[in-house]
Design a binder for this molecule. Sequence first.
Ligand code: RP5
Length: 161
Amino acid sequence: MDKPVGIIMGSQSDWSTMREAAQILDELGVGHEARIVSAHRTPDRLWEYGRDAAARGLKVIIAGAGGAAHLPGMMASKTRLPVIGVPVQSRALSGLDSLYSIVQMPRGYPVATMAIGAAGAANAGLMAAGILALSDPDLAERLERWRAALSASIPETPSDD
Ligand code: RP5
């Protein structure tokens, strides 16, 4: 299977959040790879990943980090591929630091920033699938079915259980 989506994160500790993106992509049959690429701890790895991403066939990058979360923005500065940023919930400031670090990019280098934490990571997977579905009718149909199933799973009345 092709792997058009790269999921990168600043630390092993981010994986419990970022695997939500991987799970959604699995459900939708979208190939992906996952790598630990830290803006601060492995800057050379970040540089090489961004330099080679498009040539390797990646189409979208999902980047998650917490705290001083510079990974998504730095990756956006290194590749023209769309970068979706996930602010990982941090221990000290509950992810507000991550959100602010990711969302306020300077003009010219956008990062599509999701919500803090697991919901943001899952939505990053859906956003990546939506981008790829623009040029993949089969994936578009799978995404439509996924959305319809979620909608159908929501009860119309609340339960006391
Ligand atoms: C960031 O620092 C990572 O993205 C992670 O969210 C946070 C904490 O990393 P660890 O100390 O758990 O490795 O670089």
